[in-house]
Ligand binder design. Structure first.
Ligand SMILES: Cc1cc2nc3c(=O)[nH]c(=O)nc-3n(C[C@H](O)[C@H](O)[C@H](O)COP(=O)(O)O)c2cc1C
Length: 452
């Protein structure tokens, strides 16, 4: 354990007194003193300097203002002092440590001890991490044919291989594909799936999709198939027994590590998923027990765009963080989703975009045209179909929230108008429809409601 010792002392305090006070305070604690903390100005006290040198500990100071800031875990003793905390305790807390030993006093000193929280990176390094996360892009355009130098590629693969994995099973492998003939076969698969997806789209959406590039299989000099061996490590892989999906999660995280490291190395990466995994496995001749997780196009690029291509092209928008954070219970967000939407509705700018027919309380049999989307309210999970959103709301309030959420998420995926139809008339269906309308208004979507 790493200890932080907070010290308050009078000027001229003898070294022996301070040293004995600190030794007594930490007597029963395992670990080493790494940091001494005190009030600004006291660091020049010879006794404190001598103690820091003797312990090999850093010495850090805090101003009166910093020490006076409310502290989350003062001892009862400090709380009783009503805002005039002991320098020793306040300094321990200001250092971000957890108080372990409350203040003890000698004639000239006060000493408190805390458990040091391991530090984060210095600001500049931390900013670099956040920068690479923000500036990582899925890249499909602007690849150079320049070969990727081996050192760079090795560093990127090492980053991927350092990913966390369930039970340390490291279920991934990286198949590097440069051969044009192989890549052409994979490309043909992607184009087949691209055409199938295009046919499934409503007309307006299809026109927009036609302008998007969804792969760079032949443009990038290197393709990497990232695979997963779901059985790797045998029977007793720690953490996998109850949830086998953790194996695939692990491989996906390896891809994210690869993607981030590649960005830092100036390598563009584009993830292509326009194929059935078995199709690619067959082209690549993968062993039957090995599964494809991600197919990546990799190479030097002329630039990294500032925003995702899907955002720049108007295909989709990013979801705000506040929609995604719940406290303690599902749905308990910083602000009520319904209030939030009602407020936003006042300033909403009308959106243009596709018309979607939302059928509330229906099932897959209602999916007549490509524009239809069903919200299934029944208790049993329907067959998998992306045209059916399963929302078995337990109460009308919950249904209303789901409605707001669905409308907002549709707005992010290019909706401009919702035709809401009630296929079942129940309090839950009506509440969900009301939520859809509130959410739609919030995002500037126009909407109609019909029943039956
Ligand atoms: C699992 C997965 C599969 C993806 N498949 C494709 C794809 O087939 N074609 C494509 O153009 N983009 C694909 N992408 C990239 C996403 O469209 C992209 O990550 C998203 O629009 C956000 O952009 P950004 O990665 O630049 O931040 C995929 C991304 C992930 C994570």
């Amino acid at each position: 354990m790493s200890l932080v010792v907070g010290v308050g002392l009078r000027s001229g305090t003898p070294y022996a007194e301070l040293e004995a006070a600190v030794a007594a305070a930490v007597r029963d604690l395992p670990g080493e003193i790494r940091l001494l903390v005190t009030l600004t100005g006291r660091e020049s006290e010879p006794a404190l300097q001598q103690l820091a040198a003797h312990l090999g500990a850093d010495l850090r100071t805090f101003s009166k203002d910093e020490l006076a800031r409310p502290t989350p875990t003062p001892s009862d003793q400090v709380a009783a002092l009503k805002g005039i905390p002991s320098v020793a305790e306040a300094a321990v807390l200001a250092a971000g440590a957890e108080l372990l030993v409350p203040k003890t006093k000698t004639p000239n000193t006060t000493v408190a001890v805390g458990r040091h929280a391991a530090p984060g990176y210095p600001d500049q390094d931390r900013d670099a991490v956040h920068r690479v996360i923000a500036e990582r892009r899925d890249v499909r355009r602007g690849f150079l044919q320049t070969p990727i130098d081996e050192d760079r590629l090795t560093r990127v693969l090492e980053a991927a291989h350092r990913a966390p994995s369930v039970g340390l099973s490291q279920p991934w492998d990286f198949l590097l594909i440069r051969d044009v003939a192989t890549r052409r076969k994979v490309y043909d698969l992607a184009i087949g799936q691209r055409n199938a997806f295009a046919r499934s789209l409503p007309e307006q959406r299809r026109q927009l999709f036609d302008g998007l590039k969804i792969e760079a299989i032949l443009d990038a000099p290197l393709n990497i198939a990232v695979t997963c061996d779901p059985g790797r490590g045998g029977r007793h892989v720690l953490g996998r027994h109850a949830d086998p999906r953790t194996t695939w999660f692990s491989a996906a995280i390896a891809i994210q590590n690869l993607w981030l490291a590649a960005r830092a190395e100036g390598l563009g990466v584009g993830w292509v998923s326009f194929f059935g995994p078995q199709e690619v496995a067959a082209v690549l001749g993968l062993p039957a027990h090995i599964e494809l997780v991600g197919y990546l196009c990799v190479g030097r690029v002329d630039e990294f765009a500032a925003a995702p291509e899907l955002v720049r092209s108007g295909w989709a928008k990013r979801r705000p963080l506040s929609w995604a954070v719940h406290h303690e219970e599902w749905g308990s967000r910083d602000t009520s989703i319904v209030d939030d939407a009602q407020q936003a509705a006042q300033n909403a700018v009308p959106a243009t975009g596709q018309r979607i027919h939302v059928i509330v309380g229906g099932d897959a049999t209602h999916l007549e045209q490509a524009e239809s989307l069903v919200v299934d309210l029944r208790d049993t999970r329907p067959e998998h179909d992306f045209g059916v959103l399963w929302r078995p709301a337990r109460t009308p309030e919950e249904a209303e929230e789901y409605g707001v959420e669905i409308a907002r998420d549709l707005a992010l995926q290019g909706a401009g108008h919702l035709d809401v139809r009630l296929a079942a008339d129940s309090p839950v269906a009506r509440a969900l429809a009301a939520g859809l309308r509130t959410g739609a208004s919030a995002c500037g979507l126009t909407h109609d409601l019909t029943s039956g």
